[in-house]
Design a protein around this ligand. Structure first.
Ligand SMILES: [Zn+2]
Length: 183
């Protein structure tokens, strides 16, 4: 067991990443989904008055819709989910390529690597396939993204599709959702 992270990844946003981040923060604050504590680190938020609204809440759930929320926007691209990932393999030949891949995702100190472009490629040492970092096959992750922006909620129920549609409308772009168990 661990904590589930639920991501909203904008896929056709016309805004710059900082513009997206500011707009997402303003929209979520205005809807009272999130609350910005004075002493919270940049991009980290807590429960607003209406924190349950985006989620498919079930009977017996407590007062809060999630544990904490994150809004990431950067001039650089990172791979998400950006929490610990167990293993990855080549989608063409199934060879284990975690070593080549992880060196482009985490540095020697375990910090996430930020890339200037989303088009970073690695070579499969077994079959020679040239793969984007988000094209690899994850052992515990269904899909990876290279992105310079996202919204994430930790320890939350699945999103309500109608809420995501409303957030899409406010943000003027579509969002793909995915979840990831952080152990
Ligand atoms: Zn291969």
């Amino acid at each position: 067991m661990g904590t589930i992270a639920r991501y909203l990844i904008p896929i056709d946003s016309k805004l710059s990443a900082p513009e997206y981040g500011n707009k997402a923060k303003a929209a979520l604050l205005q809807m009272e989904i999130i609350f910005e504590a004075e002493d919270a680190p940049e991009g980290l938020f807590y429960n607003g008055e209406k924190s349950k609204e985006p989620f498919q809440i079930e009977p017996g759930d407590d007062e809060c819709g999630f544990e904490s929320a994150g809004i990431f926007s950067s001039p650089h691209f990172i791979l998400v989910p950006d929490e610990y990932v167990d293993g990855v393999s080549c989608p063409k030949c199934n060879a284990d390529i975690i070593e080549r891949w992880i060196s482009e995702v985490r540095d020697d100190d375990g910090q996430r690597v930020e890339h200037v472009s989303s088009d970073v490629r690695i070579l499969c040492p077994n079959c020679g396939a040239v793969l984007r970092l988000d094209q690899v096959k994850g052992e515990t992750v269904a899909k990876f993204y290279m992105t310079d922006r996202y919204v994430c909620f930790w320890d939350a129920r699945p999103f309500k599709p109608e809420w995501v549609a409303e957030f899409d409308r406010q943000m003027e772009c579509h969002h793909e959702t995915f979840d990831y168990w952080q152990t």
